[in-house]
Design a protein around this ligand. Structure first.
Ligand code: C5P
Length: 318
């Protein structure tokens, strides 16, 4: 249940992401893996509204096509945690009264646990929107620390705000913003019903990490080239691990390859696959063919989309 806001609500957009490139450099002592990856924000977005009220607490409402039982409405949700951190700082550093609370509405259009960064993007948007709603500005270093603690991909959505494209290092929290790629791309995106839990995929990878594999170098400007160049530069070291960890994803891979969509890649640790196109109509035709093929093979689909690069990260709406 939401509280009744007493002041203007702040609206924000939280885009999904895909990983055009994801290399795993090795294990770290903290249980995570060191990455070199690029993240590209896409025009599939969640929407967030943050209002200030006199409840002294946080209320979060989740709705929309992907509001499901795996999107909690309490402190297990990264949105709740991001808002709580901002509210606590507002009280302790900016003298905001303890009676102030937050009423948050989240519209989920991005499937969760899909390799699309939805939860991380929502958290980044929630932090920015809560700051704006409470009229505070958290120190950039402190904001970066909060985002890194919330999740590995959160920093990207906040820091690559102007281009929606970046090279990310460390667990993904060290963000080097890149110029937005040309808007001519269409991204065809499918999210299978099968889930690929991140931890399971990394565990599967760990056993093969020592095997020497030829890792292609990152070409972050490949999205400026032809569709052949852009597709051939796509890379995801987690894909084979995900296919081994989740048998149904191997059936998806097999279906993609059989209908000539070998260029599709897994996003993050899965389970979404995406393909890059310079022709919207070709992307639409291929997506339809893929949907038909999946149906005929009994493969469950959570959603499919034709989207474009967002050219922005988490963003406050005017
Ligand atoms: O980022 P998140 O907390 O969702 O990751 C879930 C799990 O995936 C981690 O606990 C870790 O086991 C693994 N992981 C990893 N290296 C990363 C990101 C995730 O090993 N860079």
């Amino acid at each position: 249940m939401t509280n009744t806001p007493t002041s203007n609500t702040v609206r924000a957009l939280a885009p999904a992401k895909i990983n055009p490139y994801l290399a795993v450099l090795g294990p770290r002592s903290d249980g995570y893996h060191e990455l070199e990856t690029t993240l590209l924000a896409i025009s599939l977005c969640d929407e967030l509204e943050v209002g200030v009220d006199d409840s002294g607490s946080i209320a979060l409402d989740v709705e929309g096509p992907f509001a499901s039982s795996d999107v909690p409405t309490d402190e297990r949700n990264l949105v709740w945690r991001a808002a709580e951190r901002a509210l606590e700082l507002a009280r302790t550093r900016f003298g905001v009264a303890r009676s102030r609370g937050l009423s948050i509405r989240l519209v989920k259009r991005i499937p969760s646990q899909a390799g699309l960064g939805g939860g991380s993007s929502d958290a980044a948007a929630a932090l920015l929107a809560t700051e704006r709603a409470l009229s505070i500005e958290i120190d950039p270093l402190e904001r970066a620390r909060i985002l890194a603690q919330l999740g590995s991909d959160c920093a990207f959505f906040a820091e690559a705000a102007r281009s929606g494209y970046a090279r990310c290092l460390g667990r993904g929290e060290r963000v080097e913003t890149l110029p937005a790629p040309s808007a001519r791309w269409t991204v065809a995106l499918v999210t299978p019903t099968a889930l690929a839990p991140t931890e399971l995929v990394y565990r599967q990878l760990a056993g093969t990490l020592r095997d020497s594999k030829l890792v292609p170098r990152l070409q972050h400007d490949s999205l400026e080239g032809s569709v052949v160049e852009a597709r051939s530069a796509l890379y995801n070291r987690l894909e084979l691990a995900a296919l081994s960890a989740v048998p149904e994803l191997r059936l998806w891979r097999d279906s993609l390859d059989r209908i000539g969509l070998e260029h599709f890649r897994l996003s993050g640790s899965g389970s979404s696959f995406f393909g890059l196109y310079d022709s919207h109509s070709q992307a639409g035709a291929d997506l339809e063919l893929l949907e038909r093929t999946a149906r005929s093979r009994g493969l469950g689909l959570r959603g499919s989309w034709l989207v474009s690069p967002a050219s922005h990260g988490a963003r406050i709406l005017p």
